[in-house]
Each structure stands twice: as C-alpha cells, then as structure tokens.
Design a protein around this ligand. Structure first.
Ligand code: SAM
Length: 278
C-alpha cells in the first residue's frame, strides 16, 4: 500500500461503468485512514469489488453538519480522510460542502481526485454550447416551486443543466415546455456509461414524447439558452410607452412585455430623459 499525505481527499467514483474508477482514486481510497461515504452500504460494495478494506463512516445530508466537526478534529491531528458519494463527484448535488469548508478554515489541506461527473459527461456529448453554461442541479420537487424556478430561468442565455429522477422526468419536461416553449432545443441523457446509455437531442416537445416511452433511469436534462433579446425591442417599447405614461409605469410595463430587468429599463429611460433635456 502506498503512503499518503495527511489531509482531506475529495474522490470521484464511477457513475455507472466501473472501468471509469481511476487508478489514483483506488490508490487513495486504499491508503487513507478513513473513508467518509454518503451511504456506507452502497460504497461498501464498490470498495469490496476493488479489494479496498479501509474503514468507512457515513457522511450524508442529515449528519454532515455534526460529523464535519468530528472529522476536522481527526484531520487536524494528522489523519487522512477521503470523501466519496454514491456516484460521481462529491459535493456536486451531493454531500461534502460543510466538511470542505471547515477543513479549509482549519488550514487542513484539501486535495482533489477528479473523475466522473454526470452533467459534464452529458454536456460533452450533447452537441449544445459548452463555452458557458449554468448548472441548476435538482429542481424543487413541489410543482409550484418548480414552475416558478423555471419561469425565473426563461430568459437565461446560457444552456441550463438539471439533474432529474425517473419518476419526475415527464412532469419536469412538461413544465419546461410551458416555461421555455415546445421548440426550445435540449438534450436528455440517461444511464450514462452504462449498457442502456441514451442521449437524445431535439426540441423539448419531442424529448418529452421520447421520454414517455423510456423514462427509467437517472437523467441529465440540458436546455439550450434563450435567444438574446434585441436591445432595440426594449428601447422601442419603452419609447412608445413613456410617451403616454410616467417613466416608472412605462418601465414596469416594458419589463413585463420584453422580459428585460425593470431597473435596467428604468435607468435607460432616465438616461434618455436626461439626454432629451440637455
Ligand atoms: N455527484 C454526482 C455527479 O457528479 O454527477 C451527482 C449526484 S446526484 C445525487 C444524482 C443525479 O445525477 C441523478 O439523479 C442524475 O440526474 C445524475 N446522474 C448520476 N448518474 C447518472 C448517469 N449514469 N446517467 C445520467 N445521469 C446520471
């Protein structure tokens, strides 16, 4: 067994295909004093498969706040601890953030052992823009909150990336069609790196009907960004409305009609007024 520097190791594990477990990840997990795992039974099977016998302790969303203090104490005394989640990169829609924060505050070294991450894998095969994007993780499970979140994102120009479970994929795609329109392009990807890997691209309406026939599996949903709104539309709308109404009201209506932010429109109106008065 290789010896290892003391510190906290954030270790990515496969999202399906065990061949994606990196040699370094395995080496680190075999060498640390302790593995903090999201689900010790689930990780136990992975570790046993690779002959890794390091003791485990649980670190999940319900105990991570208390447990982080305890683990940082051990790290301070010179221990080496690895964090793993059920699949992919810890902290990405997974536990680990309080521990990393506390370790940093305590001056404990934090090392990355990078590897699989479902949304990066999906984005890289989607054919959608990759230069800028917004990762939104899981949407709220309550329909009203989910719809509100999607409405707030309707004008986002970067591609939006979501995680979704099999039992909500259809409801979520239906809400996305309502918020973004049926023709907005997207990509849905499930079972990545596994036998039934499926990556579908096209308008949201088409993706929903495809998902209706094969909804099983964990999904990544990517929705391409909104087309930028031409500034002229906002300017022209504001000009017409402010000829008839006080600026505050004209700006509020322009915001509703164009979706542009009200404070920016108001500032634009003030600047125009200022120019006209000079
Ligand atoms: N930390 C993980 C990562 O790095 O991707 C994500 C954990 S999150 C709790 C689980 C979600 O990731 C699933 O609901 C699904 O949206 C996505 N996911 C995980 N594995 C996947 C796979 N093999 N194919 C598609 N999506 C996957």
């Amino acid at each position: 067994m290789v010896s290892i520097e003391a510190g906290l190791y954030i270790v990515a594990t496969p999202i399906g295909n065990l061949g994606d477990f990196s040699p370094r990840a395995r080496e680190v997990l075999a060498a640390v004093d302790l593995i903090a795992a999201e689900d010790t039974r689930h990780s136990g099977r992975l570790l046993a498969h690779f002959g890794i016998a390091t003791p485990q302790i649980s670190l999940h969303e319900h105990n991570e706040h208390e447990r982080s203090g305890e683990l940082v104490e051990r790290l301070r005394r010179g221990a080496s601890v690895a964090v793993i989640s059920d699949a992919g990169t810890p902290l990405i829609s997974d536990p680990g953030l309080p521990l990393v924060r506390e370790a940093r505050v305590a001056g404990v070294p934090v090392y990355t052992v990078p590897g699989p991450c479902a949304f990066v894998a999906a984005l890289s095969v989607s054919g959608l823009a990759t230069d800028r994007f917004a990762f939104e993780g899981f949407l709220p499970s309550r329909p009203a909150a989910r719809r509100q979140r999607l409405a707030d994102l309707a004008d986002e120009e970067r591609p939006l990336i979501f995680y979704e479970s099999p039992h909500r994929i259809i409801a979520t795609l239906t809400d996305m069609i309502a918020a973004f329109g049926p023709d907005r392009e997207g990509c849905i990807a499930r079972e990545l790196t596994k036998l039934y890997e499926t990556v579908l691209t096209g308008p949201l309406e088409m993706l929903r009907s495809r998902a209706e026939t094969e909804s099983r599996g964990e999904w990544v949903i990517i929705v391409s960004g909104s087309e930028p709104r031409p500034v002229a539309d906002v300017e022209r709308t504001l000009e017409v409305l402010s000829a008839e109404l006080p600026l505050k009201q004209a700006a509020a209506l322009t915001a509703r009609l164009t979706g542009a932010p009200r404070n920016k429109i108001y500032a634009m109106g003030l600047a125009k007024k200022d120019q006209a008065e000079r």
